[in-house]
Ligand binder design. Structure first.
Ligand code: GUN
Length: 296
């Protein structure tokens, strides 16, 4: 079997088009322009690229984008004061504090200072609690993107065996929760799992989010399984020339493609879905804050 490639770029374009339609409706029917505020602290190069993309795509979707650059030596108190100011600003419907933060700042304190209804990352303990108990949570963007792609590929996932490799608060745990909500039988595997290959071999759905290059081997994939690769790992690629690198996921893509029925590539799979879901969450947040229900 050769797997179908799940095109995250094309899918994310559809999600962003849907977001734009909703933004247009909010503007025309309700006079509301959703606003997303992004705070970046310091000059981490990877964070700067992410944030630039977020700001660009927010504007392309017709939303207001508020970009706050803070110096790397900012105190926690000053950062909390900025969050508080944005919490109170009615033009701001979503707040995202780009992670990681410098070591003088407690990340959890900052995340939990964001008003839960403006927490478009879905990282606030209130939102993880709501997700765990079936409430109206803001759902973390990458897990949301993963499950959207799975639903689009598989349809009804009820009764499927899903293995999530990785137990982070940002991806592993929330994706497992969302799969449970889809009535999958979910296993969360991690660094202490005794026989990872055996767990993966039994899965109809594999979500890999461990952050280790090509750790999930191709021959672990059950024939016909659907594989979602969240990993983005940069490897040296001397074959491409001196100093060149290439991106790979947490799954051995070539090997897994021989067994899976469908698989996300890296890059071009989960990555583009994350920002699209952030934009979707900002619209959801704006609607909830104004008590508006949009049908499509
Ligand atoms: N840093 C890397 N990914 C993310 C993300 O999804 N949200 C935030 N806030 N920071 C990140």
């Amino acid at each position: 079997m050769t797997a179908t490639i799940i095109d995250g770029k094309a899918f994310s374009a559809k999600v962003r088009a849907d977001v734009k339609t909703k933004v247009d409706k909010l503007k025309q029917l309700h006079g509301i322009t959703p606003g997303l505020a992004v705070i970046i602290v310091g000059h981490d190069p990877a964070s700067e690229i992410y944030v630039r993309n977020k700001v660009k795509q927010t504007a392309e979707a017709g939303m207001n984008s508020y970009h706050h650059e803070m110096s790397a030596d900012i105190s926690e108190e000053a950062l909390l004061a900025k969050v508080d100011e944005l919490n109170k600003d009615p033009a701001v419907h979503g707040i995202l504090v780009q992670l990681p933060l410098p070591s003088q700042i407690n990340e959890a304190s900052v995340i939990n200072a964001i008003a839960p209804e403006k927490d478009v990352d879905g990282f606030h303990v209130i939102n993880s609690g709501l997700l765990a108990t079936g409430g109206d949570a803001m759902v973390p963007c990458t897990p949301l993107g993963c499950v959207m792609m799975l639903k689009d590929t598989i349809g009804n996932m009820s009764g499927k065996r899903a293995v999530v490799v990785g137990r982070s608060n940002i991806v592993g745990k929330p994706v497992a929760q969302l799969l449970l909500d889809e009535n999958c039988t979910v296993t969360i595997a991690h660094s202490r799992t005794v026989d990872l290959a055996d767990e993966v071999r039994r899965a109809d759905i594999v979500v890999a989010a461990v952050g280790r290059a090509e750790m999930v081997k191709g021959d672990w994939i059950k024939p016909g399984a659907v594989v979602i690769d969240v990993g983005i790992n940069r490897l040296d690629a001397p074959e491409r020339g001196e100093g060149k690198t290439r991106l790979v996921g947490d799954v051995d893509f070539a090997g897994a493609s021989m067994n899976a029925s469908a698989i996300t590539p890296v890059p071009g799979g989960v990555g583009p879905m994350t920002i699209a879901c952030l934009l979707a969450n900002t619209v959801t947040a704006a609607c909830r804050q104004h008590g508006i229900k949009l049908d499509s």
